[in-house]
Design a protein around this ligand. Structure first.
Ligand SMILES: *Cc1c(COP(=O)(O)O)cnc(C)c1O
Length: 369
């Protein structure tokens, strides 16, 4: 689905030098390299605080912990996401409340949020799925009206821009109270191991989140809160600082690849290519088709020809065994359920070229007849 080797080969010297420098410094956890990367990411996102942490799941958990919610408080999110988003809600003994998605963008349908708000609702977690943001302006209006926190799960859309109706743009993950991301190797900004970060313009929240990520201590061995151990290591920060310089270029290459797919799929009636919302550019973390037809057969035939494809996500969270106790059932979120049966993601990455894509689409078309 990705070509991390091809990407590494192109920037090998820069990456190796940065890693070597970190080795020589012997600062492996924290230290100047981690701070330097955090400052660079703050500049890139145009946000006051970036707090690095261990991974994207921890980032979500730390964000929720910083809001001082009470067990039983409700958090609204989408059932069409990677489990991490809802898992941290459940782990903290909060209650996940799912809201159906928009059939075109795969993101939480902001027009359905208000109907799910109760007196226990405290927070909304939109997920910017596959590389395109949720519709943040109306979502923030709803949140402000009901005094709810917003945590943007931006693990899949780093570098995307959301454009408000007044024409102003903001980077994905910097619009809500807190943004979170993951630096898992296959993400658009991927490390060579695990990593994650939190973003906020709120200095008080930033201090709290920094503390929570570090065993709840501000002064060493004085624990003011129950926290966890969640750190970005310096070697990952070194890799990420190099790759951050290429992020816009990488996202542009993904978009070019998506445009080529779109052309190649023109006239194929059983396939719907990704929709690009007017309010967000798309950084194509995934290239996800809606397929009318025998998806599994297509997937198998592609595999036989050496082409990977993937189903993100085959089972919506509300229908997963682990989430049964929350009482959702089949039919609760019809859009999500239908899309879970139709989606198929094709390889998309920075090293994709027209020849490979032509081959992929030709094989794809041959499976349809
Ligand atoms: C990858 C991902 C996460 C989790 O990130 P990790 O670094 O793997 O913990 C959370 N949410 C979404 C939407 C993701 O894609």
């Amino acid at each position: 689905m990705v070509d991390l080797q091809g990407q590494y080969q192109k920037i090998k010297e820069e990456i190796n030098a940065a890693m070597q420098q970190t080795l020589e410094s012997c600062y492996f956890i924290g230290g100047p390299q981690v701070s330097s990367f955090a400052r660079k990411l703050e500049e890139y996102l145009d946000i006051k605080h970036v707090i690095p942490c261990g991974n994207g799941t921890d980032a979500l958990q730390i964000a929720l912990m910083a809001l001082d919610l009470q067990p039983g408080d409700e958090v609204i999110t989408t059932p069409f996401t990677f489990a991490a988003t809802a898992e941290v809600i459940a782990l903290l003994r909060l209650t996940p409340i799912f809201v159906d998605i928009n059939p075109e963008t795969f993101n939480i349908d902001e027009t359905k949020i208000e109907a799910s708000i109760s007196t226990k609702t405290r927070c909304i977690i939109p997920v910017h799925l596959f590389g395109q943001t949720a519709n943040m302006e109306p979502l923030m209006e709803i949140a402000n009206k009901h005094k709810l926190f917003v945590i943007e799960d931006n693990a899949q859309a780093i570098g995307a821009n959301y454009t408000f109706t007044n024409g102003q743009s903001q980077k994905a993950g910097t619009i809500g109270h807190i943004g979170t991301t993951s630096f898992f190797p296959s993400k658009n900004l991927g490390a060579f191991g695990d990593g994650g970060a939190l973003f906020t313009n709120d200095t008080e929240l930033a201090e709290k989140m920094k503390m929570i990520a570090n065993h709840g201590m501000k002064t060493r061995y004085y624990h003011d809160k129950i926290g966890l151990n969640s750190r970005l290591d310096a070697i990952q920060a070194a890799v990420l600082e190099v790759k951050l310089r290429y992020l816009d270029q990488y996202n542009a290459l993904r978009k070019e690849a998506a445009d080529r797919y779109k052309q190649l799929f023109e006239g194929v009636s059983s396939v719907t290519v990704p929709f690009e919302a007017p309010y967000s550019n798309h950084v194509y973390h995934q290239y996800t088709l809606k397929v009318n037809g025998n998806r599994d057969e297509i997937k198998n035939k592609l595999f036989e020809q050496g082409i990977s494809s993937a189903i993100y996500y085959p089972v919506p969270l509300h229908l997963q065994k682990a989430y049964k106790p929350y009482g959702f059932k089949e039919g609760d979120f019809p859009v999500t359920e239908e899309l879970a049966r139709k989606v198929l993601s094709l390889p998309i990455h920075t090293e994709l070229n027209e020849t490979i894509q032509q081959f992929i689409v030709n094989v794809f078309k041959s499976t349809l007849s």
